[in-house]
Write a protein of this length. Structure first.
Length: 285
């Protein structure tokens, strides 16, 4: 896909909860109104609005109640992309993982603005980055500046521990948080971080380094820690390769179980990010 095509990408998303913001949008609100989204039938004495009397339902009511159609307003929400910008996110050849994160953020911003939602961006490595931070807003110019800063960044952080400090930077009202990272963190830290985000709707997107899935069965390998840069020479053999892949599978299963306890199921990216498939995932869960 060309860069021009990438610029036209949109990320579909939906939320299952009722938003409480007053600004109009496409999401179901907690507030009753004239939005047209049917909630229930109510007796007239509960909802005294003669404009919404349903004659047919009133005639059929066994208690001879005058029934009113109660509808919900449509409202907007805030969508925040929280992006891991530590060094490991650019470890793949050509920095492909980090480029995929910038594509994801751009697609989410375009979709949010098209839907009338507010878009925010938070970058984090060892701590949340003040230079990659845009509170949720509806300004395309502000979003464009934040995305440009993200694209221009050269990831150099030695950890992604800043994931534990995201909660204070998010709006007080519930929002959709798309959490993009390789999640190569201790599960104890992730547990604390996800628990701190419990008041929000968190959708994790897990980026995998394709090199780790293509280990040679035999031979010398020079391993490099993607965060610290420390190198180590390793003699790869079939038994070690099997243990490596088994440990990787156990880590993935543990990560998925952690997500299910705290937020939406994770979406795993192995290779190129398919924005359309991610959108289908966000609509389905």
């Amino acid at each position: 896909m060309s860069g021009a095509q990438d610029d036209a990408e949109y990320l579909d998303y939906a939320v299952s909860w009722r938003a409480g913001q007053a600004l109009p949008g496409r999401h179901t609100s907690r507030v009753s109104g004239a939005g047209g989204h049917f909630r229930a039938y109510r007796p007239f004495w509960q909802v005294p609005d003669a404009r919404k009397i349903d004659v047919r339902r009133s005639i059929m009511d066994p208690f001879d109640e005058v029934m009113v159609r109660q509808t919900d307003d449509r409202t907007s929400i805030s969508v925040v992309v929280a992006a891991d910008v530590s060094r490991s996110m650019q470890a793949a050849p050509g920095g492909g993982t980090f480029q995929a994160v910038t594509r994801l953020a751009g697609a989410a911003a375009r979709s949010a603005h098209r839907a009338g939602d507010a878009f925010g961006l938070i970058g984090f490595d060892a701590v949340p980055r003040s230079d990659i931070y845009q509170p949720p807003c509806r300004s395309r110019g502000a979003s464009g500046a934040a995305l440009a800063a993200l694209r221009a960044l050269q990831p150099d952080g030695c950890s992604a521990d800043g994931i534990a400090g995201l909660a204070p930077l998010l709006p007080a009202r519930r929002c959709l948080v798309i959490l993009a990272s390789d999640f190569l963190l201790p599960f104890s830290l992730l547990e604390v971080a996800l628990a701190s985000l419990a008041s929000h709707d968190v959708a994790p997107v897990v980026f995998h380094d394709p090199v780790e899935m293509q280990l040679p069965r035999t031979g010398l390998m020079r391993l490099r820690d993607s965060e610290t840069g420390e190198q180590r020479l390793c003699v790869m053999r079939p038994a070690l390769a099997r243990r490596w892949l088994a440990a990787r599978a156990d880590w993935r299963a543990g990560l998925d179980a952690l997500f299910l306890r705290h937020c939406r199921p994770g979406f795993h990216v192995e290779g190129r990010l398919d924005v359309a498939r991610l959108g289908e995932h966000l609509l389905a869960c």
